[in-house]
Design a protein around this ligand. Sequence first.
Ligand code: T3D
Length: 263
Amino acid sequence: MAHRFIVVETAGGVQTITFNRPDVLNSFNTPMALEVQAALAVAAADPAIRAVLLTGAGRAFCAGQDLEEVRPVEGGDARDFASHVQTVYNPIVRAIRQLEKPVVAAVNGVAAGAGANLALTCDLVLASAQAAFLQAFVKIGLVPDTGGTFFLPRLVGMARATAMMLLGEKVTAQQALEAGMIYRVVEADRLLAEASELAARLATQPTYGIGLTKRLLNASLVNGLEAQLDLEAELQGAAGRSADYAEGVAAFLARRAPVFTGK
Ligand code: T3D
């Protein structure tokens, strides 16, 4: 598929998706969102892709919804944001969480509104020391979306999530790290290299088992202990039948490095 608003590169088992509307801080217009959805569908379908990396071109990661696209028209009908969110943002959140492959976010600059919450949907979030996260919705009278009200309280607790969402203040990368929102802060000039190295490393790991681990982590957000123990047992059964388990144990016993195929 040809892309206008994102750049998609696949190499070494890693699909890199770069939001590419730097003049408007990579804010989402509908075509860009549909391109991201399509790229993630390719990542899900292609067994050669074993990790995904999301980042932004220029000085921002993503400033959320393109507000020019949804500019209110005086005397016009109000936009149907309910269906816009259902067709534009929710499929991306579902695709990232349901993708049974690791998704790394390299947050290279400001991540605002849906852009912030999209980053928090990813499995491992690395941020440039110059990046910031902003629950910008309140500034324009909207409510947080793109999974933010699900993930953020679980990441940082209700008190801090409430403050971020009601005040809409910038949270620096360092504050985000200290609050447990993200995995690592990296110097700006090293961010893409380090995030790419991490994604490349993940792409050599037991992808099937990693996918099952993601399934367990997703379930843990809503399950009770009994259901989670049952699911762990079931998925350990599946992992134990995988080629990568046989390879991992054989390599361990032979004192050599494993070569995982992702199966
Ligand atoms: O279904 C629906 O559509 C509803 C769902 C909505 C989901 C959402 O994401 S709502 C939240 C939308 N996002 C925002 O409200 C953030 C708006 N942007 C900002 O607050 C600031 O731009 C930032 C804090 C992110 C960065 O500030 P700063 O000072 O570094 O940059 P800037 O000067 O404000 O922006 C640079 C340019 O990008 C500027 O254009 P110009 O003046 O150079 O021609 C600015 O207008 C443009 N830009 C930034 N964000 C957006 C944008 N243009 C359109 N939409 C944006 N979101």
